[in-house]
Design a protein around this ligand. Sequence first.
Ligand SMILES: [Ca+2]
Ligand SMILES: [Ca+2]
Length: 493
Amino acid sequence: MKVTTYKKALPLLMTAMLISVSACSSNDDDGDFVASNDDSGVNEESGDTSDTSDTSDTSDTSDTSDTSDTSDTSDTSDTGDTGDTGDTGDTGDTGDTGNTGDTGDTGDTGDTGDTGDTDDTVTSFAFSFNRTPFGADSSARIQRISLTDGNTINGDYPSTSTDHTLATDGNNIYQIGRFRIDNLTQFGPIDTSIAGYQLSLLSEGDSTTNPQSLVFVNDDLAYLTRRATDSLLILDPTPEENTTESLITGSLSLADYNTGSGDDLLFPDMTDALIVDNKLFVLMENLNASFAPENPGFVAVFDTDTNLEIQTGEASIPFNGIQLEVANPTGLQFNEETGMVYVVGRGNLFNNAQAPGDPFTGGLEVIDPNTFESSLLVDDGDADNNNDFFNSAVVVNNELAYVMTIIFDDDFNPITNLRTIDLATAEISEPVVGLEGLNMTIMAIGSDNHLWIGIESDAPGYMRVDLDTGLVAPEMVRTDLIPSDVVFLEVSE
Ligand SMILES: [Ca+2]
Ligand SMILES: [Ca+2]
């Protein structure tokens, strides 16, 4: 199954690739190892055989001569040789055939074979988009963290403004300039000083289209969602020429999802996107004129072979897409193990009065990428009974998801917590021990099988949770600035 996503699920894929690579290498080791084990077993067995065949000592049968001791012959454990002629007595009788020795013990397990030769050294990196605290002179930059070298920062990319996100196609890093920035910058993973290109994403007459997410089908085909318009762009992320015209190869309309008209026209608020097989999933928040999540969100699905929207049958006409159960959706992700698409509904987390009623209209929703059927997997509760709003979530497997919950205090300061969700029972845990009280920004699964959680503080960085043990790693991965996005990439040199 070919999967590419812009940030959250790609780490999952990277993780799966990692596991697959290491599994291959350990299989190779086993092959070598089995051969040497067989050899050692045989040796061990014949040794023990001769030992036990000592018990078949037939010297007693040499009744006429001491020197006709045939115990030596039992070394062969088969027929005993004729004893030597005695010095003074008659020639001794031939000794009886010795008993067959017992089967020797199985040999010890051989040593693990050497790691097979590899032509390339693979280095695991996190590329973290880090920012200063918001303010008049705020700034940001990508910082490269080497997981291979103890999670240390070993590269800084050029400084820029804060409203950017990252994407990767597995080869390069893409820095997406959002509101009133409207450009795309490609960086290589090694040389931090030079951009592959930086191109405007604006067409003539556009002021801003507020680009959001970039997802890749292959080297020559990618899709870019845009919040401040009703079409998304088809890109050639490796353009023939270093021009916007060469970069932008087409567009897909989502105008069916607009509401209102004339001066009251509202765009559908597209944000995340995801590729599963040959399908493009586009998430739309569908906020009202007051930016309130008054209505559920939508997911539109396009066939990437034809660039036509798929009629999913999961919404009322005229919508071809999937009408979600949750409001204010975010965090579209695909899980390789479950084969399902997930989306987080944040509900009315800001208590926007323009979305009346119970604000807990979110949760974790699951979408079958083949049938497009969707259902609410985990409800976020209601005003009387909840574990705060769901801000983001990462599904690990069929049993486990992590959710970052959020609630605001009276001064509108966010209170965030990491919790686990038992997906069998939909039970949401108390805050994970070791992370209580931290101000969390983002989270993603790294190529080290840890959940990386961005922390905003005077000493910012990442806390990590081991996905095998559920334990929080004691040491923090320090960054100079506050993490606001991250992608993971393996580099062969
Ligand atoms: Ca190309
Ligand atoms: Ca609810």
